[in-house]
Design a protein. Structure first.
Length: 420
């Protein structure tokens, strides 16, 4: 298998391209002007990872703090996350995961049970995800692993990657109740729902493998999955076939694609091109073409961050976003509000862009309506609705919410009638 370093940052040739917006970017001077391999934002917390240290802001970017060296020998920190005041750093130097409870002043090994991979590749962390009380990692060579945050040690999370030559993973993500992952370089992606014994393979070209096609990132927009690859983007309502290709016009091959979502605006870096989509990845508008290779983007409020080979940079997107703070959402969001598998009563949560009539319907895998539909009229904003699932037999179902001019779906799993 050809090992492709999807986060490898190289300086692209300068393209004859008008870049009037590039001057709007400003480097975060509290972060050194060296290669930043990742950037992440959640609430008022923003993090970035360099070769051996991390940088964190807990005041919406007003001030930044650099950490001590995560571990001796570290050469690339690809993922930095904060959860409940604890920093988690995933290394790409076969060192695994480390945690800090003092904003990076000291670090502790978090690799208990993370053993047994081929050539210790289980310690080569390419992506990281929190879901409920668990942390998941994607590794470059040993598939996916999971660990309960309260107790226990790391456990291998699925065996499907091996037979599909996809243990060399590139991402792990979550949306609704579904987990999503990618690995290998044959156009292969995978999904897994609560109760599933393993991951299920899906092909981005739908009917065939695609040698050389690599999924590099993925995001759930609230209505569909969008996957960034080395040739552009693909989207799917359920995160499985059918997939549709979307060309961002960034050229290729692309060595890095990452996404950041704000309201109905989906931002992406396609190599050096910074683009935005207002229709969940169907079409793209390039807003910047950066002079240095970019590994990631993240958003806090109306500030867009970019991790680049020359440091951490930011710019305002107030003049780009279609929905100002406090304004109405431009898209319909819909998900299950509760655990899976579902019990006798299912609660759905939604965000309506505008007031109007809604319709909730549930279908089985054959497309047949399962049970009664619910029709109502709701105000704009957040809402919830309960649906009777007591009559459902064991299986997988799709719920569809229809609002004026919009539709969104959510997947639900029923283990057995009357049981959870």
């Amino acid at each position: 298998m050809i090992a492709m370093r999807v986060t490898c940052l190289v300086l692209f040739a300068v393209v004859a391209f008008a870049t009037p917006a590039a001057a709007q970017w400003t480097r975060v001077t509290e972060v050194p002007g060296v290669t930043m391999y990742s950037v992440w934002a959640n609430g008022v917390t923003t993090t970035a990872g360099s070769d051996s240290t991390v940088f964190v802001s807990i005041d919406a970017g007003a001030t930044w703090k650099g950490s001590a060296r995560v571990v001796a020998g570290a050469t690339e920190i690809d993922r930095v996350r904060m959860r409940n005041g604890r920093l988690y750093a995933g290394t790409r130097s076969f060192q695994g995961v480390f945690v800090s409870d003092d904003l990076g002043d000291t670090w502790s090994d978090f690799n208990q049970g993370l053993v047994g991979g081929f050539g210790n590749s289980q310690l080569d962390i390419i992506d990281m995800l929190f879901r409920g009380d668990s942390i998941y990692v994607a590794t470059e060579g040993s598939g996916a692993w999971v660990r309960n945050l309260r107790s226990g040690t790391w456990q291998l999370f699925g065996n499907e990657f091996g037979p599909d030559q996809a243990t060399n993973m590139t991402l792990i993500a979550a949306g609704g109740s579904r987990l999503f992952a990618a690995g290998g370089f044959n156009g292969t992606v995978f999904f897994r729902d609560p109760g599933d014994p393993d991951w299920t393979l899906s092909l981005l070209l739908n009917d065939r493998f695609a040698p050389g096609l690599a999924a590099l990132s993925a995001i759930w927009t609230g209505t569909r999955w969008v996957v960034g690859t080395n040739i552009g983007a693909f989207f799917s309502t359920l995160g499985q076939s059918p997939w549709t290709f979307s060309d961002p016009g960034a050229g290729g091959p692309l060595l890095s694609v990452t996404f950041a979502l704000r309201g109905g605006d989906l931002f992406a870096n396609f190599g050096q091109a910074i683009s935005v989509s207002r229709d969940d990845g169907t079409t793209w508008q390039t807003i910047d073409f950066l002079p240095a290779a970019t590994s990631g983007v993240a958003i806090h409020g109306t500030t867009l961050y970019a991790s680049r080979i020359d440091g951490l940079w930011h710019r305002s997107i107030a003049d780009v976003v279609s929905v100002p703070d406090g304004g109405a959402r431009s898209r319909l969001a819909f998900a299950i509000a509760g655990p899976q598998p579902v019990g006798d009563r299912v609660r759905f949560a939604f965000e309506l862009p505008e007031a109007g009539p809604i319709a909730l319907e549930v279908f089985d895998v054959a497309g047949r309506r399962a049970g009664d539909s619910i029709r109502d009229r709701r105000p704009a904003g957040h809402g919830e609705i309960e649906w009777d699932a007591s009559h459902l037999t064991a299986g997988v179902y799709h719920a569809r919410l229809t609002a004026p001019g919009r539709q969104a779906t959510a997947r639900l799993v029923r283990v057995a009638a009357g049981r959870r």
